[in-house]
Design a protein. Structure first.
Length: 104
């Protein structure tokens, strides 16, 4: 007795097996795509510049009795507005007072 010949086409497979074969193929492709996407995201994230340094208003020395009204960071300088009506401009890196203005 000879074994039956198989032509290798999907038409010879039962419908449930054809559906299962397509499902496995689609899931395999989607898993490969997911692994590639995660790899690309990790490479992009790990090669990115480091996060900027967080500057808090409490890092700067204000005169005794002066409260903070406003705070902003512009071009490497930190602008602090005090409740005494003075705008103070500090260097963001060295935290040194560069200039101050009185608000009239």
């Amino acid at each position: 007795m000879e074994p039956p010949e198989t032509s290798g086409t999907e038409g010879d497979l039962p419908p449930q097996l054809r559906w299962l074969k397509r499902l496995v193929t689609v899931l395999t492709v989607s898993m490969i795509g997911g692994v590639l996407a995660i790899t690309v995201l990790l490479v992009i994230r790990l090669n990115a510049d480091t996060a900027p340094v967080v500057i808090a208003p409490g890092d700067f020395v204000l005169p005794e009795g002066v409260g903070l009204v406003g705070f902003s960071i512009v071009d490497g300088r930190t602008v602090i507005v005090g409740d005494d009506g003075v705008i103070r401009i500090y260097d963001s890196e060295s935290r040194v007072l560069m200039r101050d203005f009185t608000i009239d």
